[in-house]
Design a protein around this ligand. Sequence first.
Ligand SMILES: N[C@@H](CCC(=O)N[C@@H](CS)C(=O)NCC(=O)O)C(=O)O
Length: 135
Amino acid sequence: MAAAGRHLGMTAVAVLAVATSLFGLSDASAAKKVAFVKKTVSSHDIVIFSKSYCPYCRKAKAVFKELKKEPYVVELDQREDGYEIQDALSEMVGRRTVPQVFIQGKHLGGSDDTVEAYESGKLLTLIGIDSKDDL
Ligand SMILES: N[C@@H](CCC(=O)N[C@@H](CS)C(=O)NCC(=O)O)C(=O)O
């Protein structure tokens, strides 16, 4: 009876290990993706984590085009590790949607937040443009 219990326990551990490797990330791999996000947002003034087909991402990109600023764009759907980066982002900013926009290393938000910041003038300040006349 005890042997059967031990066998079941070992089977559960094996199943968990396989499931983790198939569906989850090891802590080390997740930490690497968090490090990638941190390094990316600290290396560029404007960063957009995006998916190439996403209409909300297109909208956010259009705002920066309007401001004549070129963001650094990470297209998650065009990378093998895109899903893991999205997991890391989700852990960091509490949202799983794209786009996620960062200005000078700080999280601004998604598309709605970007458009709102543009319309209120907050985005100009964050980017360091004095007024729309300077464009
Ligand atoms: N209100 C959000 C909407 C963003 C949104 O719904 N994005 C879709 C893609 S177009 C998304 O992230 N879906 C989940 C996914 O792609 O994993 C915003 O303003 O950013």
